[in-house]
Design a protein around this ligand. Structure first.
Ligand SMILES: *Cc1c(COP(=O)(O)O)cnc(C)c1O
Length: 359
């Protein structure tokens, strides 16, 4: 049986997608070979790759003046690729700091440019929150403003899209496709696939055309957005299987009714879990309501000494990967698109039972 998997990443994939991949694994559409064994330049593979891009464009309503790139190196390589591609003419950028991932991004960027760090974390009635944008000290003349929409480790998410004059660059690794967004508000969006898209090994970059000529000239061609755009993300061999499987996830999402439909379910899941935690004296979530992530829900138990037992019993109930990130401890339930409402219901039932037995 398949357990409910609350892993933060690599994360749960829709069972229907894995089943489809399984039926096609040895013999893709009667061609006598696996998609993994095909040339990335073959007509068949190129059609798979193009279909995945077209479906992602449909799901996110991506305007024509944006390129969609299917790259490798994870979101972490983009921490370097972004400044290398965007600070070639103007070396200045603003970075909004809200947690561990935005910090990693700005640390890499500091090697390549003049980075103005905006400390946007704060507390509201003892809960972690993101400062109102009017309290940020944005610079007047930067090449871009970077932020991480959803801090996967802390479970802290922006309540909306910041309004800035410079091109907005967002790390959407753990929130892409979880809710509708207006892509035209961004200069660049990037996301590692292994949270809410597909398997590890693939990174999606969505970049506005006019930003393709801002790169330094001394960077590897693999990292150049313009070169990747010109070569349909095939400057070298792409992560063909991850790309194919992500394409199956996009098809699955379209079948579910698209991003609006999955967002409704995501809200239902998040409300169920946060609602239960808030009503309980046994569990606690440290984030102010407006900035709670709908994808990653960290929580603590009344008694830290019960954590091991909690995880062990959860696993026995087929509720997997609930330990918080190693840097912060506690618990974390990642409830990405592929985690069904029934999974969250099962989690809440278990949490309630555990609390009653251990309070
Ligand atoms: C997981 C994650 C990353 C790192 O992704 P890799 O693909 O492992 O490099 C970066 N940013 C956010 C917000 C993440 O959740």
């Amino acid at each position: 049986m398949r357990a409910y998997n609350f892993c933060a990443g690599p994360a749960a994939l829709p069972t229907a997608v894995l089943e489809k991949a399984q039926t096609e694994l040895l013999d893709w559409q009667g061609k006598g070979l696996s998609i993994m064994e095909m040339s990335h330049r073959s007509k068949d593979y190129v059609a798979v790759a193009e279909k995945a891009e077209a479906d992602l464009r449909k799901l996110m309503n991506i305007p024509q003046n944006y390129k969609v790139l299917f790259l490798q190196g994870g979101a972490s390589l983009q921490f370097s690729a972004i400044p290398l591609n965007l600070l070639g003419k103007n070396p200045k950028a603003d970075y909004i700091h809200t947690g561990i991932w935005s910090e990693k991004a700005l640390k890499e960027a500091q090697r390549y440019g003049e980075i103005n760090v905006i400390e946007a974390g704060t507390t509201l009635n003892g809960k972690l929150a993101i400062k109102d944008q009017r309290e940020w000290n944005l610079s007047p003349d930067v090449a871009y403003v970077h932020y991480a929409d959803n801090e996967t480790i802390g479970g802290l998410q922006f309540a909306g899209i910041p309004e800035v004059d410079a091109p907005l660059v967002s790390d959407l690794s753990s929130s892409i496709l979880s809710a509708p967004i207006d892509v035209s508000k961004f200069g660049l969006i990037y996301a590692g696939a292994q949270k809410n898209i597909g398997p590890a090994g693939l990174t999606i970059v969505i970049v506005r055309d006019d930003l393709l000529d801002q790169a330094r000239s001394d960077i590897p061609s693999i990292l150049q957005y313009s070169a990747q755009a010109k070569n349909d993300s095939m400057v070298n061999t792409p992560a063909t299987y991850s790309w194919y499987l992500s394409g199956l996830v996009f098809e699955w999402l379209l079948e579910q009714g698209g991003v609006d439909a999955i967002h409704k379910i995501n809200l239902e899941k998040a409300n169920l879990l946060y609602g239960y935690i808030d009503a309980s004296d046994f569990y606690n979530n440290p984030i102010a309501e407006a900035n709670r992530s709908i994808m990653n829900v960290p929580f603590t138990l009344a008694d830290e000494a019960l954590e091991k037992l909690f995880l062990k019993e959860a696993e026995e109930q087929h509720l997997l990967n609930l330990a918080g990130h190693r840097s912060v401890g506690g618990m974390r339930a990642s409830i990405y698109n592929a985690v069904p409402l029934e999974g969250v219901q099962a989690l809440v039932n278990f949490m309630d039972d555990f609390a009653k037995r251990n309070a």
